[in-house]
Design a protein around this ligand. Structure first.
Ligand SMILES: Nc1nc2c(ncn2[C@@H]2O[C@H](COP(=O)(O)OP(=O)(O)OP(=O)(O)O)[C@@H](O)[C@H]2O)c(=O)[nH]1
Ligand SMILES: [Mg+2]
Length: 336
């Protein structure tokens, strides 16, 4: 009986030794490693359309935090999907919105950088309503990048069937001059998981040929500290209302090992004003306790071990208007 390696050699004399070793290591099991695809897919859209939910659902891991409030994602977040014959590098981005603070400018720079570095673009829109000026602005940016575009018409589970056809046509018109065959869009529900396989097939079709860039078991580029600070910020956003979520930044100060494989984590939540600090802590520390308890549960699930979580609150006045603080708080380096 032939071994797998002999089969590979017999069936395709072109396969070089490096490819066979890569396949053996699990880096690529493509029938022909030369057909392997890999590339960066910028996931772009206006705030709150479900970009992060979609990336998490496609990857099968929580790589980006999600909330019902806009402007949840603040920086580029890599979600890595490794298939036998492809590695798709989804780059989740902040929702495109008007500039105000330094924070918003840095967020938009993250979007521009993701577009510039991309091989193709996954444009995400909310199909439950017709395109707004914000969607048109997103489309303009995306078209300017001159990359292949796949359009995810998300939240299809919430669309009123009476408006479906006209909404779909209006979004399609943002990216194509004439209706194309096959159409460049897919109706999706990131929360229900509807049509995600079909969407992925469309993404794979625009992913260029290339070798895998990351080990097969890696699904994000974020450090544990980044993941932890984001999971804390997620609970702060979810538990607080009005403008406060936008004014919060979270930094992990300590991440130590404890007996029995547990982790001790101390983090600081920064706000801009004393009044916000009071609300974040809450009467008798109730609000901070609630945020901490929920965040700890998620952190434990993510890290797979027990966690002692200690949270602190500090005021850093006007941090969102200071580009140095913004870069520090968002853990962004090399921004001009
Ligand atoms: N019904 C429904 N809700 C969805 C769907 N996808 C996302 N959501 C919800 O929409 C809200 C926003 O989701 P996010 O994934 O945070 O959206 P985003 O585009 O990443 O938002 P920003 O990071 O702020 O730009 C959350 O409450 C999600 O649960 C969907 O397909 N259907
Ligand atoms: Mg997001």
């Amino acid at each position: 009986m032939k071994t797998q390696r002999q089969n590979l050699n017999d069936d395709n004399a072109d396969i070089d030794n490096a490819s066979i070793v890569a396949a053996f290591l699990g880096q690529s099991t493509a029938t022909n490693p030369k057909d392997h695809r890999s590339g960066y897919i910028a996931v772009v859209g206006k705030p709150n359309v479900g970009k992060s939910t979609l990336v998490n659902a496609l990857i099968g891991h929580k790589v980006a935090i999600v909330s019902p409030k806009p402007q949840t994602t603040r920086r580029r977040i890599l979600g890595i999907l490794t298939h036998p014959d492809a590695q798709v590098l989804f780059v989740d981005t902040p929702g495109v919105h008007e500039l105000r603070h330094s924070l918003n400018k840095v967020m938009m720079r993250e979007v521009d950088q993701a577009l510039a570095d991309s091989d193709a673009i996954l444009f995400v829109a909310d199909v439950s309503h017709s395109p707004t000026d914000d969607d048109r602005n997103v489309a303009k940016r995306i078209l300017a990048a001159k990359r292949p575009i796949v359009l995810a018409l998300n939240k299809a589970d919430t669309v009123d069937p009476r408006f479906l056809v006209q909404n779909v046509a209006a979004y399609e018109a943002l990216v194509t001059k004439a209706p194309a065959d096959p159409p460049p869009y897919m109706l999706t529900s990131a929360v229900r998981g509807d049509n995600l396989e079909k969407l992925l097939d469309m993404v794979l079709a625009v992913t260029p040929l290339g070798p895998p860039y990351y080990p097969p078991d890696q699904y994000t580029d974020q450090t544990e500290r980044m993941i932890v600070s984001e999971l804390i910020r997620e609970q702060a956003i979810r538990n607080l209302s009005h403008e406060i979520p936008h004014a919060i930044a979270v930094l992990v100060d300590e991440f130590d090992e404890r007996a029995g494989g547990a982790a001790y984590i101390a983090a600081t939540l920064y706000v801009e004003r004393d009044s916000q600090k009071g609300i974040l802590i809450g009467g008798g520390g109730q609000m901070l306790k609630r945020i901490g308890a929920a965040a700890r549960k998620n952190i434990e699930a993510e890290l797979g071990r027990s966690v002692f979580l200690e949270l602190w609150v500090k005021v850093r006045e006007q941090w969102r208007t200071n580009s140095r603080t913004v870069n520090e708080f968002l853990a962004i380096e090399n921004n001009k």
